[in-house]
Design a binder for this molecule. Structure first.
Ligand code: PMP
Length: 397
């Protein structure tokens, strides 16, 4: 008997496992609406033109592969800070750490909370991105939940959300809020609702942890920051975890930022030193390439303009796919009305399909959705829209 022989097989990741199954599916017409990556009209996840151009420049100018500092590239951190907060928060109140993706940012933030702000619990919305649970638990934070989606699975249950935030957490607990483009539902609070959420979080003295993985995929870079900026108008302290995976298409380069905002420059310095301690013990320092790309683009007016255009192209294409799907479903003559998808933001929506219908879509039509019925709208395709709508209609009948 070896020491490792008793190890059991972990369950496969529900979403990434589906992509494996999709790749192995030999049907000619198939569609992967499960994993959260943007695809263009040809079905590929493109490298943005601004990224290609920045990479060309980096190839010529990069002079070292030496380690970055623990908190990453200064120009990158400054650019990320400006995108998130604009000039609302003085730079010396923000401790920004470059991390391996938004996931890395969340893990660093969670460990910071567990070690520096404990004992505390973290409250997650129901539903939420499945990895939130795993990340928080891995960092040793007890996980609790608050209400989010209404039972119609289409809208926000705002009263229940407010009631839960008022009654469930205690002062000092943390609350995770999706800053925009809620994953998996696409249902976001309105600006007025953000004001009310911010008052409760502030009055209850909760620590807001804002997950900002989709800036620019909802309505625009500044428009999508309204949640973060509203919270920080009502209170001095928050942690924001952002990602360039989606809005720069830098998924595999692993580029994100954990930003801690405190009430003073002095506190921010102390917090930064603790964030760096967490990083040092986890992965020592971040990878250079993705951060260097973002810093190169955002330091150049022309490349920044190109990025804005490419981001707008992705955003408007997703909105147009939503519309085409809603119209396409209406044209099939099914009873269900899908127009609620038009109000939802970002890549994802809950389709309202049952686990059985999701299974049937996969086995009979080669359309891959996660079991909850979440659809990645950005995985749809203009040229196959009619086919998709007919497949969905077939399982609804
Ligand atoms: N938060 C949410 C809500 C997400 O959907 C994702 C990506 N699926 C992340 C964080 C992490 O993003 P990254 O790929 O940058 O680690």
């Amino acid at each position: 008997m070896h020491r490792f022989d008793s190890i059991s097989v972990a369950p496969p990741d529900a979403i990434l496992g589906l992509t494996e199954a999709f790749k192995a599916d030999e049907r000619e017409t198939k569609m992967n609406l499960s994993v959260g990556v943007y695809q263009d009209a040809s079905g590929t996840t493109p490298v943005l033109r601004c990224v290609k151009e920045a990479e060309k420049r980096l190839l010529d100018t990069e002079s070292t592969k030496g380690y970055l500092s623990i908190d990453g590239l200064p120009d990158y951190r400054e650019a990320a800070r400006r995108l998130i907060f604009s000039d609302q928060i003085a730079a010396e109140r923000v401790a920004a750490v470059q991390t391996p993706g938004g996931t890395g940012a969340l893990r660093v933030a969670a460990e910071f909370l567990a070690t520096q702000c404990g004992p505390l619990r973290i409250f997650l919305p129901t539903p939420t991105w499945a990895n939130h649970n795993a990340i928080m638990a891995a960092a040793g934070l007890p996980v609790e939940t608050y209400s989010y989606l209404a039972s119609d699975k289409k809208t926000l249950d705002f009263d229940a959300l407010i009631e839960d935030l008022k009654t469930k957490p205690k002062a000092g607990d943390a609350v995770l809020l999706h800053a925009c483009c809620h994953n998996p539902t696409g249902v976001d609070p309105t600006p007025e609702q953000w004001e009310q959420i911010a008052s409760v979080v502030s009055e209850k003295k909760l620590i807001p942890l804002l997950d900002f993985a989709y800036q620019g995929f909802g309505e625009g870079l500044d428009e999508d920051a309204i949640g973060v900026r509203t919270i920080l108008r009502q209170m001095d302290e928050a942690i924001v975890c952002s990602s360039f995976s989606k809005n720069f298409g830098l998924y595999s380069e692993r580029v994100g930022t954990a930003c801690l905002v405190s009430g003073s420059a002095e506190t921010t310095k102390a917090a930064l030193s603790q964030l760096k301690r967490v990083v040092r013990a986890n992965y020592s320092n971040p990878p250079r390439h993705g951060g260097a790309i973002v810093a190169t683009v955002l330091a150049d007016e022309g490349l920044t303009q190109m990025w804005h255009e490419e981001l707008a192209e992705m955003r408007t294409r997703i909105a147009s796919l939503r519309k085409q799907f809603v119209d396409g479903m209406a044209a099939t003559g099914v009873d269900q009305d899908f127009s609620f998808l038009l109000d939802q933001k970002g890549m994802f929506s809950f389709s309202g399909l049952s686990p059985m219908q999701v299974d049937q879509l996969r086995s009979e039509h080669g359309v891959y959705l996660v079991g909850s019925g979440r659809i990645n709208v950005a995985g749809m395709n203009e040229s196959k829209m009619e086919w998709l709508c007919n497949a969905v209609a077939a399982v609804l009948r």
